[in-house]
Design a protein around this ligand. Structure first.
Ligand SMILES: *Cc1c(COP(=O)(O)O)cnc(C)c1O
Length: 341
């Protein structure tokens, strides 16, 4: 199979149309058989539930070429389970988990020519999503839905090394208590756009959101969970019902405990504690871990001891171990690697 002529090392994180996508439709109470198709456009009613009332949720995962030449995905069963819980919260009919796994594998296999080669640093990003496709004018769940999976090759996240980020404490909230912060809903992103554009205009890379009820505890950023390292090498991650359960963060906790022998605490993290941590990182599929060098709270700067030039030592070990597992250089825990071909 011949790869596409793409400059893998210089790809960014943008949409590149690939050849095939998976589509299934829900109508009269059932999902149809689904199929791979070539048409990258969607034609729906102007009154579709997704367009009027944002009834949609999504997932994000990657396909990798391993050192020994296999194409694999990383813990896709957790994406299937998370999409199920997102659907349940949004009154969207669940796309069965086994079918989700098949759809992801079929879509990746059909776009094999776009899966970046081992060692390029690039990966194939996979975006499964579901939306209300039939007309809805009175506020109610749609009667019909579409599930799609498309792929797009994305470049190495850290070109020329991981540069630590500067983030600010946001005055906006990301998620309400008992709201939708724990599911991967498009609506959670629509309302974060104002805050991120404003942050960028003011020279910050990301927003740190605190818990909206008390504004004393660390939650997450717009699209990544926090992971902290204490001065005595304990890994600490915030626990809250309104944080999106990152698969990367959950995997890093296992890596910290079982591969690096570190103590891990999942608990409430008060903002007041942050000044005492040694390292801070943002966890998500896109970057695995992005190091944070500085956190600014209304003019008051917290400079992490790990500094502004490179990843802290524990963050680096976590990053190297998890990416080693994903690329097949380090043996994975049972069930983590899903071989496509
Ligand atoms: C997707 C997402 C993450 C990261 O989750 P991963 O499964 O690690 O990619 C973190 N926070 C939010 C709000 C997200 O939407």
């Amino acid at each position: 199979m011949e790869k596409k002529n793409i400059d893998w090392a210089n790809l960014g994180f943008g949409y590149v149309q690939t050849d095939k996508r998976y589509v299934a439709n829900y109508k009269d109470g059932a999902w149809d058989d689904g199929a791979l198709i070539s048409d990258a456009t969607v034609a729906i009613s102007e009154c579709a539930g997704v367009l009027q009332y944002a009834q949609t949720c999504f997932e994000g995962l990657k396909a990798y070429t391993t050192e020994d030449g296999h194409i694999v995905t990383f813990r896709p069963d957790l994406n299937a389970a998370r999409l199920k819980s997102s659907c349940e919260r949004l009154e969207i009919p669940v796309f069965p988990e086994e079918r989700f796994l098949e759809a992801v594998s079929e879509t990746v296999a059909a776009n094999e020519a776009y899966v970046p080669p081992y060692g390029s640093g690039a990966t194939l990003y996979i975006r499964p999503f579901i939306f209300g496709s039939s007309a809805v004018i009175g506020v109610a769940p749609a009667a019909e839905y579409q599930f799609r999976v498309f792929t797009t090759p994305v470049g190495p996240y850290f070109k020329g090394g991981a540069k630590p980020l500067t983030i600010r404490v946001s005055d906006f909230d990301r998620a309400a208590p008992h709201g939708t912060g724990h599911i991967k809903a498009g609506l959670n992103y629509a309302m974060s756009l104002y805050a991120i554009v404003d942050a960028h205009q003011k020279g910050f890379d990301e927003n740190m959101y605190l818990d909206p009820a008390t504004r004393t505890k660390v939650e997450e950023t717009g699209g990544a969970n926090f992971l902290f390292v204490t001065k005595d090498n304990k890994v600490v991650t915030p626990k809250s019902d309104s944080i999106l359960p990152s698969i990367t963060r959950r995997s890093l906790i296992t890596v910290a405990r079982d591969y690096l022998g570190l103590e891990v605490e999942e608990r409430e993290v008060f903002f007041d504690e942050v000044k005492d941590f040694a390292e801070c990182g943002l966890c998500g599929t896109a970057a695995v871990i992005s190091p944070v060098g500085k956190i600014v709270d209304h003019g008051k700067e917290i400079c992490l001891p790990s500094g502004m030039t490179e990843m802290g030592p524990v963050t680096k070990k976590l990053y190297d171990t998890l990416t080693g597992i994903q690329m097949g250089r380090i043996e994975a825990p049972e069930g983590w690697i899903h071989v496509i071909k």
